[in-house]
Design a protein around this ligand. Structure first.
Ligand SMILES: Cc1cc2nc3c(=O)[nH]c(=O)nc-3n(C[C@H](O)[C@H](O)[C@H](O)COP(=O)(O)OP(=O)(O)OC[C@H]3O[C@@H](n4cnc5c(N)ncnc54)[C@H](O)[C@@H]3O)c2cc1C
Ligand code: FES
Ligand code: FES
Length: 480
C-alpha cells in the first residue's frame, strides 16, 4: 500500500490520499487547492510565474526555497511546508514584501507579480541584507514584460529597512513541531495511482533494490529535466524513482586532494562549496538557470542528462572529474570523459545510478571557464569553454581544455591540448592551437547559433583565456 502524501500549509498538516505522480504541483495548487494566485506562464521553469516557496526542516531549522511549481511533481511535496502567495497575508495585512511592491509600483498587469513576490519572499527569509547581487540573483528567474525591473528592484532594496521577522518567524516553533509530527514513512512506495508508481527511497540500499526490481523506471532528482517530459513532451511516466530524499546522495567530502559530492546535491549548495576552490566554476553556476532551478537541480542530474550544453560538464571534464557509478551488484569509478557515448547517451545501465562526483583540487593550476549565451541570466549556453593549465618553469606542463555546445557531447579538445603541451604560453603557440580546434570539433547550426559562430566563440575563448593570464602576469591565480 502506498502512503499518504503529507505537507504543511497554514499551520496544518494536509494529507493527499490519491496522487497522480505525473501531476505537477502547480496543477494541484490551482485545480485542487483552488488557489489561483500562483500563475502558469511557460510550464517549463523559464518565467517564474508559478514560483512558490517550500519549507524544509534541516538540523532543526526551517530552510525556505523558491521553486517552479510547474516543473515539480506533486509527490515531491511530501514532508515539506507549502507557502503560496495567498499565505503571505496575515491578520488581513499584506506581508512586508507585498507592501514594498505596492509602495514602489512593482506591478502593472500583475501576471508576473505573485511569482516576483514569492522570489522576493524567499530572498527575505534567506538573507539579512539585500544588495544588488542578491536582488538580481533572486529575481533572475522571473520575467516581467510590462512593469520593467527598476520598480521591482527598488521594492526589494526597500526591504533592507524592514525587520525580516514575519508571521512565519512567529510560528517557527509551531511549524517545527508539525514537521516532526509529519514523520517520514518507512515505505518507499510513495504513490501508486492509475498504474503510475512513484518511489521515494530514503537510503541507497533501498534505491539499489528498487532499481533492480523496476529497471524501466525513470530516476528523478531535481526533476528540472525529467518533469519537462510530462509538461512539454506530454509523455506519461509510469514508474518514477525519486532520489531527493536520500541523505547518502547529498553530501560533501573534502580533503587536500579532491572534493567528493553526492550526486543528489542541489547546485545551490554545490556553488557555495566550489567557490572556495574554483571561482570561475562558481561564477558559471550563478548564471545557471535561476535560483528556483538551482534550488532543486542537482550535479548528478546535470551529468546524467549528457546534454551537449550542460554547463557543469565542460568544467568537470577539464578538471578530470571522476564519477562513482553503483548498482545492486557493482560499484565503479569512471573518468567523466569515458561517460558520454553520443547525443544524450551515456554508459549508465538501467539498474545503475551515479553515487557521487570526485573533483580533483589542483591548487597550483590555472583554471578558467566562460559561458557564452544570449542573455546573462537564466539562459542556456551557446558555447561554454573551460581551461585547466599546469605550468612548470614557464612551460605548459599539462593542459585540459573542454567545450560544451561544440559537438553532440561535451568533450575535450585533444588536438588543441596536444599542440600546447610543452610549449610556452605565448601568442604564437595559442594561435597555432586555435587552428587545431577545427580538428577537434564540427559544431552544428541551430536556432541558438550557427556552426561558424560557435567555432569563432571557441577560438576567441581560448585567446581570451591566454590574454587574461598574460594580463595577470601570474600563473598562480587559482591559489587558495
Ligand atoms: C528553466 C531551466 C533552466 C535551465 N538552465 C540550465 C543552465 O543554465 N545550464 C544547464 O546546464 N542546464 C540548465 N537546465 C537543465 C537542467 O537544469 C539540468 O539538466 C539539471 O542539472 C538536471 O538536474 P536535475 O537534478 O533536475 O535532473 P533530473 O531532471 O531529475 O534528471 C535528469 C536526468 O538525469 C537522470 N539522473 C538524475 N540523477 C541521477 C543519478 N544520481 N544517477 C543516474 N541518473 C540520474 C534522470 O534519470 C534524468 O534522465 C535548465 C532547465 C530549466 C528547466
Ligand atoms: S510557468 Fe513559467 S516557470 Fe513555471
Ligand atoms: S506586471 Fe505585467 S508582466 Fe510583469
Amino acid at each position: 500500500m502506498p502512503q499518504k502524501i503529507r505537507f504543511i500549509r497554514n499551520n496544518k498538516i494536509i494529507k493527499i490520499d490519491e496522487v497522480d505522480s505525473n501531476e505537477t504541483l502547480l496543477n494541484y495548487i490551482r485545480t485542487k487547492l483552488k488557489k489561483t494566485g500562483t500563475k502558469e506562464g511557460c510550464s517549463e521553469g523559464g518565467c517564474g510565474a508559478c514560483t512558490v516557496v517550500l519549507g524544509d526542516l534541516k538540523k532543526n531549522k526551517i530552510i525556505y526555497k523558491a521553486v517552479n511549481s510547474c516543473i515539480m511533481l506533486l509527490p515531491s511535496l511530501n514532508g515539506k511546508q507549502l507557502i503560496l502567495v495567498e499565505d503571505l497575508i496575515y491578520n488581513n495585512k499584506l506581508h512586508p514584501v507585498q507592501k514594498s511592491m505596492v509602495k514602489f509600483h512593482g506591478s502593472q498587469c500583475g501576471f508576473c507579480t505573485p511569482g516576483f513576490v514569492m522570489s522576493l519572499f524567499s530572498m527575505f527569509k534567506n538573507h539579512k541584507n539585500y544588495d544588488d547581487k542578491i536582488i538580481n540573483d533572486s529575481i533572475a528567474g522571473n520575467l516581467c514584460r510590462c512593469t520593467g525591473y527598476k520598480p521591482i528592484i527598488n521594492a526589494a532594496k526597500n526591504l533592507n529597512k524592514i525587520n525580516n521577522s514575519d508571521h512565519f518567524s512567529l510560528n517557527n516553533q509551531k511549524t517545527i513541531k508539525l514537521f516532526k509530527l509529519m514523520k517520514k514513512t518507512k515505505k518507499y512506495l510513495l504513490s501508486e495511482y492509475k498504474n503510475k508508481k512513484f518511489f521515494s527511497p530514503t537510503n541507497v540500499s533501498e534505491l539499489r533494490k528498487i532499481l533492480e526490481n523496476n529497471p524501466n523506471s525513470e530516476i528523478i532528482s531535481g526533476g528540472t529535466d525529467v518533469a519537462l517530459k510530462i509538461t512539454k513532451e506530454l509523455k506519461t511516466l509510469t514508474s518514477i524513482i525519486s532520489i531527493s530524499s536520500i541523505k547518502e546522495l547529498n553530501f560533501f567530502k573534502i580533503n587536500k586532494n579532491f572534493i567528493e559530492i553526492g550526486s543528489a546535491t542541489p547546485l545551490i549548495d554545490f556553488q557555495k562549496i566550489i567557490k572556495r576552490y574554483y571561482n570561475d566554476f562558481y561564477e558559471i553556476l550563478l548564471r545557471y538557470g535561476s535560483v528556483q532551478i538551482r534550488n532543486v537541480a542537482t550535479i548528478g542530474g546535470n551529468i546524467a542528462t549528457a546534454s551537449p550544453i550542460g554547463d557543469t560538464l565542460p568544467l568537470l571534464l577539464s578538471l578530470n572529474a571522476r564519477i562513482i557509478i553503483e548498482s545492486k551488484k557493482n560499484k565503479k569509478t569512471v573518468p567523466l570523459n569515458k561517460f558520454f557515448i553520443s547525443y544524450r547517451k551515456t554508459i549508465l545501465k538501467k539498474n545503475e545510478f551515479i553515487r557521487s562526483i570526485i573533483i580533483p583540487l589542483l591548487n597550483k593550476n590555472i583554471f578558467k571557464a566562460y559561458k557564452i549565451s544570449k542573455r546573462i541570466d537564466d539562459d542556456i549556453s551557446s558555447v561554454c569553454g573551460s581551461f585547466n593549465i599546469e605550468m612548470k618553469n614557464d612551460i605548459i606542463n599539462n593542459i585540459f581544455i573542454a567545450y560544451g555546445g561544440m559537438d553532440e557531447i561535451p568533450k575535450r579538445a585533444i588536438n588543441c591540448e596536444n599542440s600546447l603541451k610543452n610549449k610556452t604560453l605565448s601568442e604564437s603557440s595559442i594561435n597555432l592551437a586555435i587552428k587545431k580546434l577545427e580538428k577537434d570539433y564540427n559544431p552544428i547550426s541551430d536556432a541558438r547559433s550557427s556552426s561558424k559562430y560557435r567555432m569563432k566563440i571557441a577560438k576567441n575563448l581560448l585567446m581570451k583565456c591566454f590574454l587574461e593570464i598574460k594580463d595577470n602576469n601570474n600563473y598562480r591565480i587559482n591559489e587558495y
